[in-house]
Write a protein that binds this ligand. Structure first.
Ligand code: ADP
Ligand code: ASP
Ligand code: MG
Length: 411
């Protein structure tokens, strides 16, 4: 008898009819003789709606209370799915993150799973239950409810698969796999049969919502067999693997984007050793995740430092920047709340040149201005105006001909 973890995202459990389809998927896995743990997200747009509710009260909400509100979304979907399965004659039980024993660190809204005590889960599985677990949530050592960051149900699923030594973790969603880019923006994007953990981790960290980045990291570190497939079709999905043949020859595997970037520039920072260290340690203390950083060449002993952050960190980062300006005599701050980031990812970039030139050329042809650039061994990212993001993704995808099967270079 195997053990399978299945995860179903918000659009897969958006209403009761969809939950019945999900139940069919779960039952099929049980009838193959497997024990099944099911992780679900909140129904449809529930999490967005809960955030809008909070926004009606304040734009600087106490993160503990935010988690308290957000965790309710998943609590509804697990119980409804359990009821659906029970009416179909199956033994099913719903469990919240805290009930399962998912222990996290204390960082509200972006908590990381520290430990999972699987005893209760095992007991329920051994009694013959399908166990339905609320994604995205956990409990701190001191008993506070936390959430794992947007899209975090994927991470709950992979963490459970790792802790239970499951045979597989299947992520069911509204697309039938990982594509060369978001098929909503580029309809002729190509589905990938396989992708490496490293590439998927980059794509996810750079905004490809199809998998939460922490889930990919956990699957890689714990060797969890991971696949992405559709709730609504029988098509084969995408396997996330350690490596595949010819991977060094595929220069660009995918294009990712993130529309939710916010840029903060601190103007006229005294050009002295230690300034950047002071600024970024204060930002670190505020638990703000920084994305791209650029420091301009200094002019008259002053330089500008720009960085980008996600939407959830913007207010906090701005407060820290304003405080820094006062304390260290910088000239002021400028913010831009309408930027986005587009990135290309590919393992083959390590061994091929000219990739940046091709990417920037595609943007130039579209008259899209690049504001910031950041590169690593297997990715290149640019920050541009948010309004240009879709056009940039389409142009870059076209330029690298990602819609067609890659032509492999002879070695
Ligand atoms: P779920 O609610 O099931 O977790 P998400 O909305 O989080 O689903 O993720 C699935 C969505 O990810 C797809 O509908 C698609 O628009 C988007 N997406 C972004 N990049 C990619 C990609 N490279 N391949 C497939 N889907 C992608
Ligand atoms: N419901 C949460 C969200 O919308 C978690 C998830 O769907 O993975 O971000
Ligand atoms: Mg998701």
């Amino acid at each position: 008898m195997g053990l399978i973890v299945q995860k179903f995202g918000g659009s897969s459990v958006a209403d009761v009819d969809k939950m019945k389809l999900v139940a069919g998927r779960v039952i099929a896995e049980c009838d193959r003789g497997n024990q099944v743990v099911v992780v679900v997200s909140a129904m449809g747009k529930t999490t967005d709606n809960l955030l809008s509710l909070i926004a009606q009260v304040t734009d600087r909400p106490n993160p503990r209370e935010v988690d308290m509100v957000l965790a309710t979304g998943e609590q509804i979907s697990i119980a409804i799915l359990a009821l659906v399965l029970q009416t179909m004659g199956r033994k099913a039980i719903s469990m919240t993150g805290p009930q399962v024993g998912i222990i996290t660190d204390p960082f509200h809204r972006k908590a990381r799973i520290r430990d999972i005590n699987t005893a209760r889960l095992r007991e329920k599985l051994d009694e013959g239950h399908i166990v339905i677990v609320a994604g995205f949530q956990g409990l701190t050592q001191s008993g506070q409810i936390t959430t794992l960051g947007r899209g975090g149900s994927d991470t709950t699923a992979v963490a459970l698969a790792a802790a239970l030594h499951a045979d597989r973790c299947d992520i069911y969603t509204d697309v039938d796999g990982v594509y060369t880019t978001d098929p909503r923006i580029v309809p002729d994007a190509r589905k990938l049969a396989t992708i490496t953990f490293d590439e998927m981790l980059e794509l996810a960290s750079l905004g490809a919502k199809v998998l939460h980045n922490r889930s990919v990291e956990l699957a890689r570190n714990h060797n969890v067999p991971l696949q992405v497939l559709s709730t609504f079709s029988q098509n084969p999905g995408t396997l996330v693997v350690k490596e595949y043949t010819n991977m060094e020859d595929i220069v660009v595997s995918g294009v990712a984007y993130n529309r939710d970037e916010y840029k903060i520039t601190i103007l006229g920072v005294p050009d002295q050793p230690g300034m950047a260290a002071k600024l970024f340690s204060k930002i670190g203390e505020a638990n703000v995740n920084i994305d791209i950083i650029v420091q301009n060449i200094s002019h008259r002993g002053l330089s500008d430092i720009s960085f980008t952050v996600g939407k959830e960190d913007f207010q906090n980062a701005r407060d820290v920047a304003e405080q820094f300006v006062k304390e260290y005599g910088a000239e002021g701050i400028r913010t831009d709340d309408a930027v986005g980031k587009v990135s290309i990812v590919g393992v083959g970039m390590r061994s091929h040149g000219g990739i940046a030139a091709t990417m920037f050329g595609a943007l130039a042809k579209e008259n899209i201005n690049i504001q910031m650039i950041s590169t690593s061994e297997i990715k290149i990212s640019v920050v541009i105006a948010r309004a240009d993001v879709d056009r940039a993704v389409q142009a870059i995808h076209r330029e690298f001909e990602l819609q067609s099967e890659p032509k492999l270079t002879a070695r």
